[in-house]
Design a protein around this ligand. Sequence first.
Ligand code: FAD
Length: 531
Amino acid sequence: MFASNAIGAFKLAQHVQNTDDYFSTAVRSSIALSSRWATSRGYATEAEEQDLVVIGGGVAGYVAAIKAGQEGLKVTCIEKRGTLGGTCLNVGCIPSKALLNNSHHYHTIKHDIAHRGIEVGEVKLNLDVMMKGKDTAVSSLTKGIEFLFKKNGVTYVKGTAAFSGEHEVKVNLSEGGEQTVIGKNILIATGSEATPFPGLEIDEQRIVSSTGALSLKKVPESMVVIGGGIIGLEMGSVWSRLGSKVTVVEFLGQIGGPGMDTEIAKSAQKILKKQGLEFKLGTKVMGGDASGEKIKLQVEAAKGGKEETVSFLLTKRFVHRLISGQLEADVVLVAIGRRPYTAGLGLENIGVETDDKGRIVIDQEYRTKIPHIRVVGDVTFGPMLAHKAEEEAVAVIEYIKKGHGHVNYGAIPSVMYTHPEVAWVGQNEQEVKASGVKYKIGTFPFSANSRAKTNADAEGMVKIIADAETDRILGAHIIGPGAGEMIAEAVLAIEYGASSEDIGRTSHAHPTLSEAFKEAAMATYSKAIHF
Ligand SMILES: Cc1cc2nc3c(=O)[nH]c(=O)nc-3n(C[C@H](O)[C@H](O)[C@H](O)COP(=O)(O)OP(=O)(O)OC[C@H]3O[C@@H](n4cnc5c(N)ncnc54)[C@H](O)[C@@H]3O)c2cc1C
């Protein structure tokens, strides 16, 4: 802790020195330009120089633009979608959570309400109304950002940006025509797109990405989800609750992606299976045929499955027939991940590099090799999460304005908004084990938590991993009701270097679900009381 602070202070001193030079130049040029700005406030006109030009109005871009406005920078944000908020607000976090919430209500009323003493008549789904509710949430939030732009003096240009020089961006305006925007600093925040599946052409009707899965016109009889990561499981849950027969095909041996703790992933799979989702783990989709009424997918055991490999060598033809198969579905959701999006941005015009995964290469201060061009969000390194993008957006403006910024990548939470939710922060057990650090674990089941019991919603557990010698919390993993809210406490604990005893000795209101977190902490350094 002290060591990293000392390094931080040293780095900070260095940055301040560097930016002093930068800022004295910046201030000089801004004085020279101030008369030009005074006549053109509010609209970016041809060749008007901005302190900052942001390309992309997603979470990374719009948060950076607002923060820049708050810091007194002249800022223009260019967005081609027609609405602000990017993937998250338009076709990601927000619409998916709207559908998850309402499909959960539908499912609960249909299957879980009678034993709570509430009798209802016939329960019917009105998918149109559910979709309209989702669209209303999206449009009110995206318009809210336009309001925040105005409030913070951010100029919003609707169009597609491409670099025409190191300080110059040409915008193909959405309403026709072209505009040049010049920036002392330029921030790339162009986000990501769904990774396509070779051989399966996405039409967003029958073969869909998450975007199509958010807007299906009717509940498909059957759906195959390719990819058992968070997006696949969330969307699979939605359509399963609404009546679809959902099969999830996952290449790896566990669901939830590699970040999810294996014990928690197994528990999540068990619970989701009880809700009706089918799983084919360690299985890969080889190809598909959408020419018939149903889409046909060829599946095979994934490579690396030990048994299959050995048998395959022994009797190639026999095993091939045994392990390969065909799945049929009305709708196929391709959810195999997302990839950075830089198409048409003209990076080649300025020589900015991407790595083999398409991520724009940056240093620790988010700078490309052209130092005044920086990058944040999904289009560069790190987890593709909205709150990670948001942290980086604030930090990058602080780097530009003050010369120092801060994001703790060890304390970025992940949440899967299924029911129950799954949330975690820090390292999972397999990672801690691999690191060689001696550790201890405390767990507490929601079945022993009074509030969860009272709510008759008591599946899941809290699992805390702490350093065996220092008791410092290394990771927290929750599957259970409200896990996505509860994880904030664990994030704070990790951010401040708390021990499990710190949490265990902190009073938690009774009866609350968060008492399960306290009890898991108690179980880590001593014993839980209620289990
Ligand atoms: C279905 C789904 C559910 C998700 N749920 C969650 C969740 O619950 N929690 C979470 O944290 N994350 C979630 N995510 C991930 C989250 O949406 C992303 O991490 C986040 O949107 C990244 O923000 P960004 O600003 O980097 O990129 P984006 O949101 O992709 O924004 C980039 C913007 O740049 C614009 N753009 C691109 N190129 C240009 C150009 N040349 N000129 C002008 N504009 C351009 C694009 O139109 C886009 O609007 C989800 C994603 C999906 C797909």
